[in-house]
Write a protein that binds this ligand. Structure first.
Ligand code: ING
Length: 302
């Protein structure tokens, strides 16, 4: 029985600071209904899909910062998204800012969850690689304050049994680091769900700006091919609160080929029918880990 999943990367255009959570949820539900009309089994929303990417500006007051976080998921404002997914019988991946009460401590993560077609949360990931800085840099045209607003993820790189396969998640900057894919790949991961908010301009290293789209795609194609995994990568695109963000949402096959990609910088579905069994060609055929990894080099063993 072939294990094929029709998956939509649900790229979003900008979310403004004045947009309320219910208004954003309405956009997400609209994309979810569209995906269902295309017979999708799964829709992948982006990083911090409920709010503008607030690490792009300095916020002094913690209560104001916390207004961008979800204290519970689902909560009163996000429940309609979970209800609609269950009604449509479509799974989803959602990036969001997670407020986590850990005993006496309040912890804050840049997180994502996988929700199965019956509305159950079956997996959670917390972004490991936090780019940018914790200090305010007034001379920069915008900030990247993830190190101020979030802690590094404390869940590692988990792989979950979902949608008939082995599924993992990464978030934005994670996709630039080969070890992110390797940790998932060595656990047999077949499908990576990934959201990102990527500015075209890198204030400290502007020489990389002209290569923003290339580095984005290069990272995904290498990760997919070298670990035999499908990758669904979903952007928050366009000029959001004055910051130009790349689009380029795409679906990459275990062969490393880009099989579908976005054509706009707005709300757009990028859809492909993914055969999970294609992973085997690369996991067993091209990269048979056991007989290629020579013990005495001390390389990773499965
Ligand atoms: N954004 C960016 C990303 O990794 C970045 C930050 C851009 C780092 C360009 C290095 C170069 O796509 C997030 N949110 O991680």
């Amino acid at each position: 029985m072939p294990r094929t999943l029709t998956i939509a990367a649900a790229q979003m255009g900008p979310i403004t600071r004045s947009e309320t959570r219910p208004q954003v949820i309405e956009r997400l539900i609209g994309l979810m209904r569209q995906a269902k009309q295309h017979n999708c089994d799964l829709i992948v929303f982006t990083e911090c899909a409920l709010t503008p990417f607030f690490p792009h500006w300095w916020i002094a007051n913690q209560a104001e910062i916390d207004a961008y976080f979800e204290a519970t998921l689902p909560g009163p404002q996000t429940q309609p998204l979970f209800d609609e997914a269950a009604r449509l019988s479509i799974g989803f991946c959602l990036g969001y800012a997670e407020l986590h009460h850990d005993g006496e401590r309040t912890r804050r993560f840049n997180s994502a969850v996988i929700v199965e077609r019956d509305g159950r949360i079956v997996g959670r990931y917390r972004k490991v690689h936090l780019p940018g800085h914790a200090d305010q840099r007034p001379s920069n045209p915008f900030q990247n304050l993830e190190k101020r607003y979030f802690e590094p993820g404390n869940l590692g790189f988990p792989v979950f049994e979902a949608f008939g396969g082995k599924v993992g998640m990464l978030i934005c900057n994670d996709r630039r680091w080969p070890e992110s894919y390797r940790c998932l790949g060595l656990q047999g991961c077949e499908l990576v769900l990934l959201g990102y908010n990527t500015p075209r301009h890198f204030p400290e290293y502007p020489e990389t700006d002209r290569l923003a789209d290339f580095h984005h795609q290069l990272s995904l194609q290498a990760g997919a091919y070298q670990n035999g995994m499908w990758i669904v990568a979903t952007a928050k695109a366009g000029v959001e609160e004055g910051v130009e963000q790349i689009g380029g949402s795409m679906i990459v096959a275990p062969s490393g080929e880009v099989v579908a990609q976005a054509a706009t910088f707005g709300d757009e579905l990028v859809i492909h029918r993914c055969d999970l069994d294609l992973c085997r060609t690369y996991k067993e055929g091209v990269f048979p880990a056991r007989n290629r990894r020579v013990e005495h080099y001390g390389l990773l063993t499965e």
